[in-house]
Design a protein around this ligand. Structure first.
Ligand code: 5GP
Ligand code: ZN
Length: 117
């Protein structure tokens, strides 16, 4: 099943506690931890605990879980910054996706420019 833990998936291992992460918030179905290579004062990854490959797969499989990801992003930005944030889902390698377990990048804590490419 697409929702089963994937033994080769970095973020499934973090969710399972098999690899360390700096967790800043979590709910029953979603976890938020700091990106290991931050690009902003606040750079947190918000990850559903279930394995889904990208945001479109997640949206189709469980739109409520995608909404929970967005809600936790909002909470993290409120807790760690001023509540204003950018939420980025890279989808596919040409868009910069390198971990194929869906994750929203919460970028916050600064006035953000716009240089997507
Ligand atoms: P993507 O490129 O797939 O959109 O985002 C993957 C993100 O995961 C990158 O920003 C990268 O810095 C981060 N990352 C990769 N490996 C690890 C890790 O082991 N721990 C944490 N916390 N972040 C990671
Ligand atoms: Zn996974």
């Amino acid at each position: 099943s697409v929702s089963a833990a994937n033994a080769d998936c970095l973020f499934c291992k973090i969710v399972a506690g098999q690899l360390p992460a700096d967790v800043v918030a979590s709910t029953e179905r979603v976890v938020a931890f700091r990106d290991i290579d931050p690009k902003a004062p606040v750079h947190v990854l918000v990850v559903p605990k279930e394995h889904h490959g990208d945001v479109a797969v997640l949206a189709a499989a469980d739109p409520g879980l995608l909404a929970e990801v967005v809600a936790l992003a909002d909470r993290v930005a409120g807790d760690l910054a001023d509540g204003q944030f950018r939420l980025i889902f890279n989808s596919g390698p040409h868009a910069g996706q390198s971990v194929f377990h869906v994750h929203g990048h919460v970028i916050s804590g600064a006035r953000l420019g716009w240089t997507p490419a």
